[in-house]
Design a protein around this ligand. Structure first.
Ligand code: LLP
Length: 415
């Protein structure tokens, strides 16, 4: 669905003009579309049809409580990677029985809390983690449901920082060692083997690495069955890409077809952990042009959002569309570097963008619903922006702009 569109010369989120939101909450500000988030989640859920499945939204992509609440109400499961994300999901009304816990470095405290609330499964990433989880479960007198994250050694063909399924990556257990680790799990008194999982990378635009990974993991499932270890669910992780520029990522239906064809008639419940594809194109960052500056080599539009608000361009050289909230059809379009006020050369939101601009104009940085606010920091003592959720012709501030004093709360002057 098209969450952001021009209506009467103004860029709108659903039916709300973005300049109206900017007037009320100021800039920079993140704006999300409820309808787009819900449609994207349903797209995955419906694509899996009657096959037993659980769509576990990857909380790391956007963990605003209201976003989690919308998804919890749809019946979503959640993929978490920290005790903090666990508490967010619970606070938003998510069901513990639909939570899977991923991540290479779970602490004993995080394991304890997850066992107490009764999550669905731990996605375990090493033999050492398995030992610790068995100990913690034993102390609590409970049994921990486990899946092993295996590393299928496939090249996901994505940015090296977000590629996770190669042997040299820190993630998962080498697929050739997985049988031995499964035997360890099966013999551990306080663990019960439930599943197998993988996640080969993010922003995938091609299904073949996923199909390869699936085939390798299913061979493992069959080998385990021969040894009497029954796998009940298969978790294919997240990673389906979105269109930032001209990518053509597969639709959830095509993705689901590859998965369901791969499973054939195996009796395996399918879990998936999409993050970006649920929220990425459901959000924009709005920002105002403060100054226009002509450098000797380059024109700069200095805006009030910066790398601390949206890190992806600076960190991954990521390209995100930038469009005016009120386009100037008669203005002269020039090539601008859109940069923030932070004192780093890497502080840019976009380079060489051809736009007709004037000081005071509002811009929207698109595809900012995933890995946007969640990666924001307070660098340069900049408060993090507010988050706004649009619902039809209404909007709700679902996180207020951080008050400045919050930024040094907990700090202490010396006597
Ligand atoms: N499951 C696991 C185990 C993951 O590590 C991730 C993402 C996901 C699911 C969700 O992946 P998604 O469907 O969103 O691609 N900050 C980077 C992305 C890092 C992704 C890390 N893991 C970015 O801004 O592109």
């Amino acid at each position: 669905m098209q969450a952001f569109s021009l209506q009467d010369g103004r860029l709108c989120a659903e039916a709300v003009p973005l300049d109206r939101i900017a007037e009320q909450v100021g800039t920079p500000a993140y704006v999300y579309s409820r309808a787009a988030i819900e449609a994207a989640w349903r797209g995955f859920d419906e694509a899996l049809g009657e096959h037993p499945h659980l769509v576990c939204y990857a909380v790391k992509a956007n963990s605003n409580l209201a976003v989690l609440q919308l998804l919890a109400r749809l019946g979503s499961g959640f993929d978490i990677v920290s005790g903090g994300e666990l508490e967010r999901v619970l606070a938003a009304g998510g069901e513990p029985q639909k939570i899977v816990f991923s991540g290479v470095g779970k602490t004993a405290g995080e394991m304890r809390r997850a066992l107490e609330v009764g999550i669905r499964c731990f996605n375990v990433e090493s033999a050492a983690e398995l030992t610790r989880l068995n100990d913690v479960a034993g102390e609590l007198g409970v049994t921990a449901p486990v899946s092993l994250r295996v590393n299928p050694d496939v090249d996901a063909g994505t940015h090296p920082y977000i590629s996770t399924g190669l042997r040299e990556n820190k993630f998962g257990i080498d697929i050739r060692e997985a049988e031995a680790v499964y035997r360890q799990a099966a013999e551990a008194p306080h663990l019960s083997v439930d599943g197998v999982d993988f996640h080969i990378g993010s922003q995938l635009t091609d299904l073949s690495p996923i199909a390869d990974a699936l085939a390798r993991v299913l061979e493992l499932v069959d080998r385990l069955a021969e040894q009497g270890i029954t796998i009940r669910h298969l978790d294919v992780g997240g990673g389906l890409g979105i269109r930032y520029q001209d990518e053509t990522p597969p639709a959830p239906e095509d993705y689901a077809r590859v998965l369901l064809d791969g499973l054939a008639d195996r009796d395996l419940t399918l879990f998936m952990e999409p993050g970006r594809a649920v929220v990425g194109n459901a959000g924009v960052l709005i920002t105002r042009v403060e100054y226009l500056k002509d450098g000797p080599e380059q024109r700069f539009a200095i805006v009030d959002a910066a790398m601390n608000d949206l890190l992806r361009p600076a960190l991954y050289d990521a390209w995100q569309a930038i469009t005016p909230v009120r386009p100037r059809p008669d203005g002269e379009a020039l090539a601008w570097d859109i940069v923030g006020p932070v004192c780093e050369t890497g502080d840019f939101l976009g380079k060489q963008r051809t736009l007709a601009l004037a000081e005071g104009d509002l811009l929207a940085v698109h595809s900012a619903g995933a890995y946007g606010f969640v990666m924001a920091s307070n660098y340069n003592t900049r408060p993090r922006p507010p988050e706004v959720l649009v619902d039809g012709d209404q909007f709700h501030v679902v996180r207020a702009r951080e008050p400045l004093a919050e930024l040094w709360r907990g700090e202490q002057l010396l006597d």
